[in-house]
Design a protein around this ligand. Sequence first.
Ligand code: NAP
Length: 471
Amino acid sequence: MTSSEPEQHPEPPAPEEAAPLRVAVIGSGPAGIYTADALTRQRRVPVRVDVIDRLHTPYGLVRHGVAPDHTKIKGVARALRRILEHPDVTFVGGVDFGSDLTREDLARSHHAVVYATGAGVDRRMEVPGEDLPGSVAATDFVTWYCGHPDSELERFVLDAEEVAVVGAGNVALDVARILAKSAEELRHTDIPQSALDVLAESRVRTVHVLARRGPLQAKFTAPELRDLLDLPGVDVVVPPEQVDIDLAEVGTDRPGLREVARASRTNLGLLRDQAARGVQGRPRRIVFHFWARPERILGTDRVEGLRVEHTRLDEQERLVGTGEHTDLNVGMVLRSVGYAGVPLIGVPFDERGRTVPQEQGRVLDAEGRVVQGDYVAGWIKRGATGVIGTNKSDAAATVRTLLTDADALRAAVPAPVDLVEVLASRGLTASDYEGWLRIDEAEAVHAADLDRGARVKLGGWQAYRKALGDG
Ligand code: NAP
């Protein structure tokens, strides 16, 4: 509106009487739901929040990323559930932003859009042989054992005795742990029955975990390392010479030891204790290899081995190869070298960082200008780092910015229409929170039928449609 136009509201309503600010949140993982939480916790600006997800099920990586045996972490879903049940929050499932619904569509129904779509794909190692059958992304393996509906139930056959997991983050430890556990130990988790059956038949006996840097630089955290070291049927092999680091030197100028965090020192202590314990002759083994980076996956028709180059840090603490190699006799390689964001149609994207460019949560275009009405939260904003709780403060920061812009956002969309109307104009009917509760219930019934724990994930889209009463 220009200053010469007549004012339509000579008496602007008091904030509590104002029409709610309509916010669409794309993605119902922790970042998206914590965004809804930060929006509905405050009273200054009335809001209505639609949390839109391409799946019929909420909770993102809490449901399809956290390992099935990490029940304590999965318990965060209870807190997320309370937020989704807030009267000013609506779950809109089965709607894919970009194909089903565009940014232009949402411009009719919402004052602001917050993208909280996470980091949906794996990063690559960029080594020869990476595309051989048997070389897979850990993210594929994770979505398979977490029962993501996109994952093919028959995706994995675990017929190799030795496998390699590349990377020293928490995902690598999750994957190594699931591969090393017996099916019996996973029976009372929510792992899909088809995945449990494959794990029961698994021939895997040795899991090599490869870290391209040393134990002090590993990204995994102590609780996850402890989980691995405590596995009853598994010998964890830690080469003593690789953890023989003088802790008194931590914080000195020696390469690799500058600014070593307390967490790294805890990891080192745990690894040293394990190295001292040695092996007990248990049925399965997890073998740590520090200072080992993949150079080439060996094999012609499928993975037959992995060549690693030994590494060290130079005087500038850059990672360099030593020229020495070891070939591991593995039949499968799982790359677990981090997640990357996926571009969203009509939304700026930084290919290098694999994130949406932003400042204080406001999306920026290629020229660095603010894109009016567009915001970002979570991994698609800051990259795939941090634990679930990190998304809470991250989302709150974005919401603070968004609320600062509330007046301008309202002025730009004076008469928003209902999202249901917009979806109908595209020939779509979304699933809702009640639909999710039906899936939830079907998973509890499935668990009871199988005489397994409280819930067993349904596998595949068809099973969801059936639970929703659509198929
Ligand atoms: P991450 O923590 O970033 O770890 C990635 C690992 O891959 C690092 O060790 C990295 O080594 C290595 N790497 C990267 N590029 C490589 C290459 N080309 N060759 C060999 N190694 C390479 O990623 P993540 O494990 O996927 O985890 C993502 C996030 O989710 C993290 O914040 C993690 O803590 C979180 N998460 C948490 C839990 C939990 O709390 N239980 C579980 C799963 C995930 P450099 O350090 O040398 O780059």
